[in-house]
Design a protein around this ligand. Structure first.
Ligand SMILES: C[S@@+](CC[C@H](N)C(=O)[O-])C[C@H]1O[C@@H](n2cnc3c(N)ncnc32)[C@H](O)[C@@H]1O
Length: 279
């Protein structure tokens, strides 16, 4: 005789009811201090915009307080990099402030031997590509120069390495230059490798130890980064630049990048354009 175990039909699982977690904003100042200490970017004046941005960033990652975010970035390097990518502004385009690029190219053409240029920061690389293009437009071969672009933003550096740009980014280039240096595919412009064998990119923080081991340069471009720093960090930065420049090397800053009085550089003017010579 067979006995059937009469199985109990399982009760339907009660759905776990979760209260939406309340976000605790305590610790925002610690994050802002952390960002400033690590990369120099001073976000204190943009407190309310940055608070909203950071809160969304946290909630997306199920982090429910700024305090927890602060603790997280101390040991989680991916979280740290994502935070840096979030707070850095990577706006750039080809031939930005073209007259200043042309002035630097004029200086570069007077250098004997390989011309060494550093773009710190380069964001997604347009400044580096522009300088390489302008030097070649002046009949310099790719082996006569070397241009390094660095930036703290990992997404920007990835984009620079790929060399694929949007139409918007190339809006200042005329058709001849676009046709010469790029292949156009479905609204994207792909940099033609044969013209850019002498450029390279690296994700690096200018305040890291590694920055000072990048080598020596004849020209440094640092446009539109110092505006995000306070005077103390601007001073630290230009001291670092002076260490990387060869004697008599030139530093080019953006129009809005004002630097404090210092012993490292002498300011010079060329028509409406200014630049700095290493003392
Ligand atoms: C507005 S972009 C400037 C790009 C380009 N020089 C130009 O003027 O078109 C500013 C860049 O500075 C970078 N940056 C900010 N702090 C940095 C740091 N400590 N080290 C390296 N790059 C940094 C940001 O990631 C951002 O891409």
């Amino acid at each position: 005789m067979l006995f059937w175990n009469k199985k109990k039909t399982p009760e339907p699982l009660k759905e776990e009811i979760r209260e939406p977690q309340e976000f605790n904003t305590f610790g925002l100042n610690d994050i802002l201090h952390y960002i400033k200490r690590e990369i120099g970017v001073d976000l204190f004046s943009k407190n309310s915009i940055i608070e909203t941005k950071l809160r969304l960033f946290c909630e997306k990652r199920k982090i429910f307080s700024f305090r927890k975010l602060y603790e997280g970035v101390q040991h989680n390097s991916e979280l740290r990099q994502a935070l840096i990518d979030l707070v850095t502004v990577n706006e750039t385009y080809f031939y930005r402030e073209e007259e200043q690029l042309a002035l630097a190219v004029d200086f570069a053409l007077k250098i004997s031997g390989t011309i060494k240029i550093l773009c710190a920061p380069c964001a997604s690389g347009e400044e580096v590509y522009s300088l390489a293009m302008m030097l070649q437009e002046k009949n310099r071969d790719t082996y006569s120069f070397s241009i390094t672009g660095i930036d703290i933003n990992s997404e920007a550096i990835e984009k620079a390495e790929k060399g694929i740009f949007s139409e918007r980014s190339l809006h200042k280039l005329d058709q001849r230059v676009k046709d010469k240096f790029f292949t156009c595919t479905d609204k994207s412009f792909v940099a033609r490798k044969e013209f850019f064998s002498s450029i390279s990119f690296k994700k690096i923080n200018i305040f890291d130890y590694d920055f000072l081991s990048l080598g020596k340069y004849d020209i440094i471009f640092s446009r539109n980064m110092l505006i995000y720093f306070d005077d103390e960090f601007r001073m630290k930065t230009i001291e670092r630049f002076s260490k990387l420049l060869n004697p008599g090397g030139n530093l080019f800053l953006g129009h809005a990048d004002i630097i404090p009085e210092n012993i490292f550089f002498t300011k010079c003017n060329n028509n409406r354009l200014s630049y700095y010579i290493k003392n």
